[in-house]
Write a protein that binds this ligand. Structure first.
Ligand SMILES: [Fe+2]
Ligand SMILES: [Fe+2]
Length: 470
């Protein structure tokens, strides 16, 4: 084209060459229809990741689903905003763009095994979504549609990360002994093809028969853990009793803090059930709740990393799932949210997150200070999110807090009953963990710290003195 920018500067603000920007590209209507399909994909991926967190036993996958659910929630938000800018009322974002897409996601959501879930998401759907976004970006006009291109560039960065994770996970987790997938991958491919591909410009065809999703998906809200999480009903070590005891050394207290962080894996297990079972909220609700869920998974991983850095085998601790199990099976979603908020606003006091950070600093272990510093910052955010999404369910703040207190009180201490039922002996695991750390530090154990043997048995029935962490 016979047009050169002054001084040979990059054309059109660096978006493209004049030639590239001079091609007609796509119409607003075509763009909206494709962007709605991408939006639908991220929406369904968010749903699938969230729905499979709680009952996934493998901790590494639980935390990865938590991460990827959050990433998808962010891209749903960005796409909704972009579509809303394109002469399109926000209505229609909840419509299913094509039955073929619906079947592909329904089948993946209902996969009966972890291996098939990983295959469906990481080997089929995400690569197809990536190809579709690439096709869109090369077809649309880089100048007229620059805002969409920008949104998709960011989305593709994270889709690539998710695919890379999935490739590695599939190499580890797929059981080589399991023969075939019962036609599942082919069915996903055929369903996407029936929709003319995710981008929707291909030839459309017949939608394959449903297999896994013949009957509607049943959400499993019972938390599961892999074999490293032994004795999951154990409430034999009162971590808060130790941390708030002025006679105990700060360095030893950091081990209890790491235990409390790792125990937070129960929060994603519980929040996933709130998100999955609460319908009809504005998207910002799901985005914010998914962000918090991801933060809580990070807090658990901070505990894991802290133990590893100190040379302590955390599997020798007993990390209970009592809290998520009871809230998920005995409370409604709003009751769970009430308990979560009640706990988190309680962490904002002087003896809450600030104190934990001070212990981290006093311990002389720089990593502990970092972990508690960011944990505290995250919890301030979570208290804000609670004010935004939980408190408005009530006439006033006081009623909302009282409801949280009441809901938690209803979950009476089960210390005695789990022991009576033979689920646990509440074994005191603390000395073993503390000895491991002292050996790694090359230090003699502090006598009182080693002798600590306070459990959760004398917790008041209303559990007000059973601090937990979220
Ligand atoms: Fe939190
Ligand atoms: Fe947390």
């Amino acid at each position: 084209m016979n047009h050169t920018p002054l001084f040979g500067l990059p054309a059109v603000a660096g978006l493209a060459t004049i030639d590239e920007a001079a091609k007609p590209g796509l119409s607003v209507e075509t763009c909206v229809s494709a962007l709605k399909r991408f939006h639908y994909c991220f929406l369904r991926l968010h749903e699938i990741f969230t729905a499979r967190i709680t009952a996934e036993p493998i901790y590494e996958l639980k935390t990865a689903y938590s991460h990827h659910a959050y990433l998808c929630a962010e891209h749903v938000k960005a796409l909704r905003e972009r579509i809303g800018e394109m002469r399109e009322p926000p209505l229609g974002l909840d419509a299913v763009p094509h039955e073929g897409l619906q079947v592909a996601f329904d089948e993946t959501l209902a996969t009966p095994t972890t291996n098939l879930l990983l295959l469906g998401i990481y080997a089929r759907i995400l690569p197809a979504l990536d190809r579709a976004m690439t096709a869109y970006r090369s077809a649309t006009n880089p100048l007229t549609d620059a805002p969409s291109v920008r949104v998709l560039r960011f989305a593709q960065l994270e889709v690539a990360d998710m695919i890379a994770y999935g490739d590695k996970a599939l190499a580890c987790v797929v059981d080589p002994a399991s023969q075939g997938d019962g036609g599942f991958c082919e069915r996903i491919g055929a369903s996407l093809e029936a929709a003319g591909g995710i981008y929707g410009v291909g030839k459309q065809g017949p939608v394959p028969e449903r297999v896994f999703s013949k009957t509607p998906f049943v959400y499993d809200r019972v938390p599961q853990r892999d074999e490293r999480w032994q004795d999951p009903w154990n409430q034999g070590v009162n971590a808060e009793g130790f941390i708030y005891d002025p006679a105990m050394p700060a360095k030893a207290k950091t081990l209890m803090l790491l235990y409390k962080r790792l125990r937070e894996i129960d929060v994603p297990e519980m929040m996933a059930s709130i998100i999955h079972e609460t319908k009809g909220k504005p998207w910002d609700y799901y985005r914010d709740m998914s962000r918090q869920l991801w933060d809580e998974a990070r807090h658990a991983m901070m505990g894991e990393v802290g133990f590893a850095a100190l040379g302590v085998d955390w599997t020798q601790a007993r990390i209970t799932l009592n809290w998520s199990h009871r809230l998920n099976t005995e409370c409604t979603p709003i009751e769970r949210h009430a308990v979560l908020y009640f706990i988190e606003q309680g962490l904002m006091t002087k003896t809450g997150k600030r104190y934990e950070w001070e212990v981290g600093q006093q311990s002389g272990i720089p990593l502990m200070a970092t972990i508690q510093d960011f944990d505290w910052a995250d919890e301030v955010l979570h208290a804000q999110l609670g004010r935004q999404w939980y408190i408005p369910e009530f006439d006033d703040w006081k009623k909302a807090i009282a409801y949280g207190d009441e809901c938690w009180t209803r979950i009476l201490s089960n210390w005695q009953s789990v022991r009576d039922r033979g689920l646990t002996q509440h074994e005191n695991w603390w000395p073993e963990i503390y000895r491991q750390a002292c050996a790694a530090w090359n230090e003699t154990p502090h006598a009182a710290a080693l002798a600590f043997a306070e459990d959760y048995s004398d917790a008041r029935a209303d559990r007000k003195n059973v601090a937990t962490s979220a």
